[in-house]
Design a protein around this ligand. Structure first.
Ligand code: BF8
Ligand code: SF4
Length: 619
């Protein structure tokens, strides 16, 4: 087999060969076994919302045009899309809630090992919630903030608190069109209600609520997740790190964390650093304990501590085929249910940790704020003890260096305390604009090809790239995140990044950290006294797969940013929905979606868009 068709990465190709030798079934094998995938589902035209169905609408106009209840293609497509938004918003926001609960436990002194790491941020966020901070005990502030944030989740019948950090024009627009998010859980719940049979059967009104639901994620659940993570674990600052499977070490105990919430991975990291554990590792013949990440919990650790990254979503199974991983510890989201099966072929121990996420072939050890520190030590001890059970180890590549940790605070500090120098560089045309390249991997697109190709084309055309999620990992592996990567950039971007000593591609974190990109866009718009939709910005999700990505895409567009998707969402069964999302939304929120699986062509679409925005601004 030629694995060049599956992935552009060297480690991916070599490990796919190893997987074949070891008779490991991977995500690509299972994808092929599913082909051809259901055309009705691909177009969004199948419905199993109720048990009068399941129903399908014939896209060729010959068979049934309505489901048993009478829903037509427009209604079915819109309903399905809204349910994807709700699931994505729920995933991000429930992750945010878990952090808020830890913050509340810290305030009560019931979470040994967790603490307030960024006092300044605690005060700043508390001030957004109108909490008095002067002379107050930080734990008291933390408790009040946790409580106020919990209110944001519920039925406040007003507005989410952090929405007010958006530009004023944007907030007015959201009010005017009726999409101002009220409560995080409320919007998710209302989506489920509206999409029940016989409730909202206007495809436009459904999609408008879908927008409100997505905004409750971006400016609500995700933003809370990011802010509270910074408060508890520190606001990221640039740190040198490394990426690809070569970060695993043959002579050390390798522990890999996979999933999303730093609540677990931070405790594992602390346990790995304890002298007691290091001593035990040495006793067992290892040179040390090597912690590495996969996916977004990896991004959380990379951003704050420079913990290296073994790989992104599509190579998560392959990381195990190295035979070098003593233990993989997972929490939730994007963890393939096949992981336990793969691990069973090696000595790797698999541990699930969340009360809401179980997996076949894993041992379940539940983390809670009160037991996290002790349990982390116990697990790290077990991982060290597993070192002697290793079989053959295959780590076929050397890691690539990368710099991570570009929080908005850091970027603004690098610019000298205000976004003005960035605005000046954009105005002078040295930087044409900025683009967020975000999202997943998907076996429908050659692994990492979408991210890396698009990013390369953008930076060589003087467009600054900020990235998150699995896109950020792809770009780190491609070598775009070291200061020397300015060699890949056009002359203007090269000059600006060179003088600031930063890479042309800035790692802004995990997927909930797309909220950081919203904050940055908002800061630029405010400094230019305009709305986000006027700026030469765009976003892209070249290899997206998940419901979370649908929610992100929708809140990004609703925030005024043109967004180009790689894989086509399941909406082509309704030309009305397609037209609204790809064009009509321009008149509603000042931005719309594009869909273009070829990243070369996507780059052209984005460059055109950025030049158009520049022209409108008179630049
Ligand atoms: O939240 S980019 S594959 S790991 S969904 Fe998942 Fe997609 Fe990766 Fe992170 Ni985001
Ligand atoms: Fe069929 Fe309507 Fe039930 Fe959907 S809600 S399954 S279209 S009857």
């Amino acid at each position: 087999k030629a694995y060049e068709k599956n992935t552009i990465t060297e480690d991916g190709q070599l490990l796919l060969k190893k997987a074949e030798r070891d008779q490991i079934e991977t995500v690509w094998d299972r994808y092929e076994a599913q082909l051809p995938q259901c055309g009705y589902c691909e177009m969004g035209l199948s419905c199993r919302v109720c048990v009068m169905g399941p129903c399908r609408v014939d896209p060729f106009g010959e068979g049934p045009q309505k489901g048993v209840c009478g829903a037509d293609g427009d209604i079915i497509v819109a309903r399905n899309l809204c349910r994807m938004i709700a699931a994505g918003a729920a995933a991000h926001s429930d992750h945010g809630r878990d952090l808020v609960e830890v913050l509340a436990e810290v305030a009560e002194g019931r979470a040994p090992g967790y603490e307030i790491k960024d006092m300044e941020k605690l005060k700043r966020v508390a001030a957004e919630y109108n909490i008095e901070t002067e002379g107050k005990d930080p734990l008291k502030i933390a408790g009040e903030l946790a409580h106020a944030m919990q209110e944001d989740f519920g039925t406040r019948k007003k507005e989410l608190t952090l929405v007010k950090t958006a530009p004023e024009k944007r907030q007015e627009l959201w009010k005017k069109i009726g999409v101002m998010p009220r409560g995080i859980d409320r919007e998710i719940s209302e989506t489920m209600h509206r999409t029940h049979m016989g409730v909202d059967n206007g495809w436009q009104s459904l999609l408008l609520h879908g927008i409100r639901n997505a905004l409750s994620d971006g400016w609500g659940g995700s933003m809370i997740a990011t802010e509270v993570s910074d408060i508890l674990f520190g606001t990221p600052a640039p740190k040198l790190t490394a990426a690809n499977v070569g970060v695993l070490k043959e002579d050390q105990v390798n522990i890999v964390v996979h999933g999303h919430n730093p609540v677990v991975s931070e405790m594992i990291m602390l346990a790995c650093q304890s002298p007691e554990m290091l001593k035990l590792a040495e006793e067992k013949g290892a040179k040390g304990i090597n912690l590495a990440g996969v996916c977004c919990t990896g991004n959380e650790l990379l951003m704050r501590h420079g913990v290296p990254m073994a790989g992104n979503h599509l190579v998560s199974e392959l990381v195990l085929t190295t035979g070098a991983v003593e233990m993989m510890i997972v929490d939730y989201q994007c963890i393939m249910p096949s992981m336990g099966d793969v691990a069973a072929c090696y000595h790797t121990r698999m541990i699930s940790t969340s009360d809401k996420a179980r997996f076949p072939g894993m041992t379940h050890r539940e983390f809670h704020p009160d037991n996290a520190r002790e349990l982390a030590k116990e697990l790290v001890t077990a991982a060290i003890e597993n070192f002697e059970n290793r079989g053959e180890v295959y780590i076929p590549v050397e890691p690539v260096n990368a710099i991570g940790g570009f929080s908005v605070e850091t970027i603004v500090a690098a610019l000298g305390g205000t976004p003005q120098p960035l605005i000046d560089a954009i105005a002078a045309g040295k930087i044409r604009g900025a683009v967020g390249v975000v999202g997943c991997n998907n076996p429908k697109i050659k692994h990492d090809y979408g991210h890396v190709t698009l990013t390369k084309r953008l930076i060589e055309n003087d467009i600054l790239v900020v990235d998150t999620g699995c896109a950020a990992i792809a770009n780190a592996k491609a070598g775009f995140k070291v200061a020397d990567a300015i060699e890949f950039a056009g002359p203007g971007l090269k000059e600006i990044c060179g003088s600031l000593g930063i890479p042309p591609v800035l790692h802004m974190g995990s997927c909930v950290d797309n909220a950081r990109i919203l904050v940055l866009a908002s800061a630029l718009a405010k400094a230019m006294k305009t709305d986000i939709s006027d700026l030469p910005l765009a976003a892209a999700a070249p290899e997206w797969y998940s419901e979370k990505a649908v929610s992100i895409g929708v809140y990004t567009v609703a925030s005024g940013v043109y967004t180009v998707l790689g894989p086509m969402p399941p909406i082509t069964g309704s030309m009305n929905v397609v037209r609204l999302l790809t064009d009509g939304l321009n008149d509603v929120v000042g931005a719309a979606f594009g869909v273009e699986p070829d990243p070369e062509k996507a780059a052209v679409l984005i460059r055109r868009h950025i030049e158009e925005k520049r022209e409108n601004l008179g630049l």
